[in-house]
Design a protein. Structure first.
Length: 199
């Protein structure tokens, strides 16, 4: 049975949410784009649970949410170009794939060489991540290959294995833009809701 907490009551239930993450639970949460599935990203067993919930391939990679640029720098190498993009567009609907600094976290997320990093414009979720003091996974809350739903209650009906859901109502549903940075190269991996201009 999934515990459902309205976003407006998140502060009242904060300890319950934090404890769910710390115990390896799977949390459904709203972002500025779509609902995401989150666990502590460094807990490989929990990450595997997320992949099972999505019915995805075992080799699927997942991105992470960090609370701010300072937290990002603990886990990935942030070049000057990456920092400019972060300062210009984050918090916002942008995922940056950057070279990994923390190989254990990177392996847990499915690729030891790079990690996708997000700072969504969703202050309640960023506060949770800040209090956890470590990243959580962010991957779309859908069965792999199926269009993501935009309403919490429909997602819970579709996906089995969600321990706790933070209900943020119906979301707009358009995915984040994904940009990969490697050295001086920039590549738009997925064009989403944010139009990125490279300087």
């Amino acid at each position: 049975m999934t515990i459902i907490i309205p976003l407006a009551q998140i502060n009242k239930h904060k300890e319950e949410i934090l404890n769910t993450f710390r115990k390896g639970g799977v949390v459904l949460y709203p972002t500025d784009t779509q609902y995401g599935l989150g666990v502590l990203a460094g807990n490989r067993g929990a990450v595997e649970r997320v992949i099972e919930v999505k019915r995805a391939r075992r080799d699927k990679t997942v991105s992470v949410i960090v609370s701010d640029i300072e937290m990002a720098e603990k886990y990935v190498f942030v070049s000057d170009k990456a920092r400019r993009l972060m300062e210009k567009y984050l918090p916002g609907a942008l995922t940056l794939i950057l070279p990994s600094k923390d190989k254990n976290l990177a392996k847990s997320c499915g690729n030891e060489h790079e990690i996708g990093v997000r700072i969504p414009d969703q202050k309640e979720i960023l506060q949770i991540v800040s209090e956890l003091s470590e990243p959580i996974t962010t991957t779309s809350a859908n069965i792999s290959g199926v269009e993501p739903k935009t309403d919490c209650k429909y997602i819970i009906n579709d996906l089995k294995g969600i321990d706790l859901a933070i209900d943020g109502g119906e979301l707009k549903g358009e995915a984040s833009t994904i940009v990969k940075l490697s050295g001086s190269d920039c590549e738009i991996v997925r064009q989403g809701s944010l139009a990125v201009v490279f300087e």
